[in-house]
Design a protein around this ligand. Sequence first.
Ligand SMILES: Nc1nc2c(c(=O)[nH]1)N[C@H]1C(S)=C(S)[C@@H](COP(=O)(O)O)O[C@H]1N2
Ligand SMILES: [Mo]
Length: 406
Amino acid sequence: MKRRSFVAKSSLSGLAALLGVDIVFKELMPADYTLVALQDADPFKLFNKDKGMVVLNDKPWNIEAQAHLLDDKVTPNKSIFVRNNGLIPEEIDVKNWTLTIDGESVKQEKTYTLAELKSKFEHHTYQLTLECGGNGRNEFDPPAKGNQWSIGAVYCASWTGIRLRDVLEDVGIKEDAVYFGYHAADVHLSRDPTKEPISRGAPMSKAMQDETILAFKMNGEDIPLAHGYPLRVIAGGWPASVSGKWLQRISIRNIVHDGTKMTGTAYRVPCKPVAPGEKVADEDMCIIESMPVKSLITYPKSGATLAKGKKLNIRGHAWAGELEVSKMEYSIDFGATWHACPVEKPANRLAWQHFSASISFPQEGYYEVWARATDANGVSQPMLLPGWNPKGYLNNACHRIAVKIA
Ligand SMILES: Nc1nc2c(c(=O)[nH]1)N[C@H]1C(S)=C(S)[C@@H](COP(=O)(O)O)O[C@H]1N2
Ligand SMILES: [Mo]
């Protein structure tokens, strides 16, 4: 990795906080100097991630998990992928952190301190699945630009916060409201303060759901910096890009939110299937809403070897955007035949569901275990790559692991 600071801006107090100790001769430090201890930063230490995580990009930081790291029912921080469009904000002053609700469709703009939000509104905790719209991008052909996520840009953490709906009711929303859009504290890669790295949102119907929350805790603790400390929108089941980190402002719009990465090919796919590589007119592109049905085998790790005559116990998770997963199946013969296996009910709406199976193999040799989930509407995962789209979104092909019987 190149020599560069991993954070947006170096304030002395911010640097000291990162180092965990005071910088003794700080007044002698050259301006704009990057401390050696913060150069070539070890992302695993920096973000408290498992060494098995895979760094796809260091500017901005994009780090993905591997399937076997996602075995927990509720994903711990060490296995949670990091997806940043810009630079992580460094100077977070929690005491003075505020959230402003504005936009054409608020009756009156209103600003809350973090303390007010926490004390004024009821707290709720939900397990919510967040998957990057670009998860699985690395399989598309012709290839799509962007981080080459394989399968590891998904997780289900437990989030605690307040309902966005409760806050919006307190503010007062006009009849003509159609969309919300978030604005956050991260910094554009160009460091141009007039540019936002990302500013996305969702229709009011999503804003008003019970599970759409403004979270201040992840897995029972303060949200880790990389995941949006101190406040984050969580819109489970939709592309994770809707879940704005480092939240400072929500605009209630009387049009579809037109913030950064809401238009063009960003988080939009052809409304109707197109041939791979085909040019698609702007008006034929649709915003991704609920994510498609998908699953992951999290145990064993691909490449496992098993003694002949033994049964293989597999397990994993399945999710289907706004829908529930109603059926789970596996195949050991490249999809020729499928066997149903149990899948649990979700802990709550929009949480991923756990499945398991005990598999017998007819003889020694190489096998692949494929997993296939079906959603409540009867739609199943495709065995291989689904429809091509310019930015390589929504690859929900069956997950496959290799197994040797020796
Ligand atoms: N402020 C802000 N929010 C953001 C992003 C970002 O770059 N800045 N990235 C989005 C995208 S594209 C994804 S996939 C998720 C990733 O969340 P995670 O880093 O907690 O995994 O955050 C979303 N929220
Ligand atoms: Mo994303």
